[in-house]
Design a protein around this ligand. Structure first.
Ligand SMILES: C[S@@+](CC[C@H](N)C(=O)[O-])C[C@H]1O[C@@H](n2cnc3c(N)ncnc32)[C@H](O)[C@@H]1O
Length: 248
């Protein structure tokens, strides 16, 4: 929300945190209604026989661990359709993959593999069941690797990567996740994109010396669908008409 409205960001910290114990419950109810309406409009689960729509607030969930709610499917299609992927080269990594909505949509794009990282065992098992059910004719990638683990413990492979984040956690964890990606890109320079949907802490990406914003989208009146895409390499940035950031 920092990029959307700095004042609101301050207000919604501490006890008024949208993922905190008080406001979080109300926010959850709003998200529940929103997801219900979106499912009626997009019919994602009813078309594919999956179970990704309902938000889930885990018991004793820490404020820094944001509750599960799926990304609007049409927004994921729009985002991934805008990234110039060389077929079968990129890994798609969803940090905080929840029930797997973004993983399922990503499988309709030519990724080499699709990795889901989810802290909650219960959500991780839902994602496994959803992956097993999801078989659209348009599926292009069936190499799924679902891990039940903390995003902070994830190690990147050597392939180009699209890192997908839909408001999964708080600022401190995001800082560590981005620092780890930057370290991996310094050791092994390659193409990388960071997609951040509902970019509350976009200033973390803005502070990066490796990543540069190449695209933003989503209607302002639907903050949960607003997104930014940052790119890491010369080729990636240039292909989107942006002066490339130096890899240092
Ligand atoms: C808003 S949901 C995003 C769901 C999914 N990415 C999508 O787009 O449909 C955020 C998810 O991040 C998970 N999460 C939060 N902190 C995490 C961490 N440190 N490591 C792994 N997953 C985490 C939560 O359990 C939740 O399922």
């Amino acid at each position: 929300m920092a990029a959307l409205n700095p004042l609101l960001t301050k207000v919604f910290r501490g006890p008024l945190d949208l993922n905190g114990p008080v406001i979080g419950r109300l926010f959850y109810l709003f998200e529940y209604a929103r997801s219900y309406v979106e499912e009626r409009l997009e019919a994602f689960d009813s078309r594919f026989g999956t179970d990704t729509s309902a938000p889930t607030f885990e018991r004793n969930q820490k404020t820094s661990v944001h509750f599960y709610v799926p990304t609007t499917a049409s927004v994921i299609y729009e985002i991934l359709g805008s990234i110039p992927l060389q077929p079968d080269k990129f890994a798609f990594v969803d940090m905080g993959s929840g029930k797997g909505r973004a993983l399922l949509v990503a499988s309709e794009f030519p990724f080499a593999k699709i990795v889901g990282i989810e802290l909650s065992d219960h959500l991780h098992r839902s994602a496994e069941a959803n992956v097993a059910r999801y078989k659209p004719e348009s599926q292009q990638c069936s190499e799924f690797d679902l891990k039940c683990m903390d995003a902070l413990d994830f190690s990147y492979g050597d392939e180009p990567v699209v890192l997908f984040l839909f408001d999964p956690f708080g600022r401190e964890i995001l800082q560590d996740v981005v620092a780890k990606l930057e370290a991996s890109l310094r050791t092994n320079p390659r193409e990388a994109y960071v997609v951040y949907v509902y970019p509350q802490y976009e200033d973390v990406l803005q502070g990066s010396r490796i990543l540069r914003m190449v695209r933003e989208g989503g209607p302002k009146w639907r903050p949960w669908s607003k997104y930014v895409i940052y790119a890491a390499t010369t080729a990636a940035a240039a292909s989107m008409g942006i002066e490339p950031p130096p890899l240092t």
